[in-house]
Design a protein around this ligand. Sequence first.
Ligand code: TYM
Length: 336
Amino acid sequence: MGKPRIFSGIQPTGDLHLGNYLGAIRNWVEGQSHYDNFFCVVDLHAITVSHNPAALAADTHSVAALYLSCGIELEHASIFVQSHVSAHSELAWLLNCITPLNWLQDMVQFKEKAIKQGENVGAGLLNYPVLMAADILLYDTDKVPVGEDQKQHLELTRDIAARLNYLYGTEEKPVLKLPEPVIRTEGARVMSLTDGTRKMSKSDPSDMSRINLLDPPDLIQQKIKRCKTDSVRGLTFDDSERPECSNLLTLYMILSNQTKESVTQKCADMGWGQFKPLLTETAIAALKPIQDKYYEIMAEPGYLDHVLKQGRERAEAIANPTLAKVKAALGYSMPL
Ligand code: TYM
């Protein structure tokens, strides 16, 4: 028996931020040697909202480089681009045809994004979770490490796989494997710096709401200096009453590798004037090695293309047979 398989991905829309890092990438890095990992830059997802064609390729490269600079090792993981492996689109179509429309209309992210887009909602936005299901199911994935906001999409993925198995498989021989979500308690929902009740997001129009992984030190300092706080004395973890305070303490705790107890004790009597410089210094120090590595990777001509080509080959070796299995179960036959 080989190692269990992990699949996860991030959209190349805008800069990656601390939410993406703490909710997803950090967890990929931590357990990587115990798994056979596939980390995908999900560029087909990036066009479900209006996008800039001139920036898509560069953003895709940048996300792949960030996977590596955050510590993903090619000895344990394949890094590849979704649009390079055509099985993703093809399986998405097959799965769309067995997915009830109301399952998709019930997705919270669809409802939220559809409201934002008003009348201009593309069908891709509705069908996006089916493409995500295809991403995961193509790799016979065991575990999918994601942030809290993707939980519902993972449940849908399991429902779609179970439905396909029920319709076209047998109990002894299921066609698709049902994956498990992996969502950590700490860092699974990093909140905005300007509103502690909303998650940190690439789509927030204000850049001051997030710390991006490539923000230079002076910008990080500015963002933390101006971030929203409260006027209660002493700092406490209290999600419901003090969302901003709780979020900032959590960031400090994770980025400085401390326990909740030690941060609770250390910060109990602090004011913002003392805590903010501490958090700033911690965030800058935590991001520095990632940024140094990122610029090193980007400066090496051809390196990233080589990584992505190798990733594509490894991905296709698993994805294509799974797609063939699904097609056969649905009754398609192709002469050799
Ligand atoms: P995306 O690109 O929005 O986010 C990528 C990852 O970052 C996590 N994340 C957060 N975690 C904590 N706090 C936050 N504020 C925060 N914001 C984002 C997300 O939960 C996610 O793990 N549909 C997915 C991409 C995708 C995918 C997949 C993921 C496509 N196919 C297959 C896993 C498996 C998305 O839009 O994530």
